[in-house]
Write a protein that binds this ligand. Sequence first.
Ligand code: 5GP
Length: 207
Amino acid sequence: MQTPQRKGILTVVSGFSGSGKGTVMKLLLSAHPEYGLSISVTTRAPRQGEEDGREYFFRTKEYFEQMIAQDKLLEYAQYVENYYGTPREYVQRQLDEGRDVILEIEMQGARQVKQRFPEAVLVFITPPSIEELEKRLRGRGTETEEVVRGRLAQASKEAEAMEEYDYILPNEDGQAEKCAEDLHRIICSEHYKTDRCKDRIENFRQA
Ligand code: 5GP
């Protein structure tokens, strides 16, 4: 019997707006380029500096709805009046090849992934506290009082669903690198969970 092959793990990363998850993801990918980061499809317009095929695949609503009809999305959600979704094919191919894949998506999508892939690992990145989140949102200096209040209210609402995640990972101020490394360690440890080592156990039973 052949040595059992390592299977890819699907990790979902979510976090409040202001959690710094985007920075954490960039640091993780530059330190560990072996991870496959899924690029989502969205109907929202590109922001300055964003490129089609790099941050997102920017598509029309009609195109997106066709992808839904053809079952080409692993999950999708409507968020602030736009569609966001994960193309199924890329993720499936990477996992089949034994590569670990990360999806950076919001909560409704995370829930769908957990239903379809119960073995997926769900990680929620947070600032250390709501006070720190408020400080960060105000510190940006670009948001109006109304927007800050809206983001805080949204965070408090989203906190209701935090318990659906497997890990709550704090991103301390100025410690995004540590947070990225912690995320890497979580995924590494997940590979050794007994449930994921059934083939290896079976292999020893053959003796
Ligand atoms: P933004 O417009 O700021 O890039 O993203 C808005 C939200 O959409 C973020 O919380 C981001 O994680 C989430 N998001 C990005 N891609 C996807 C996706 O493919 N599916 C889902 N469900 N959410 C996504």
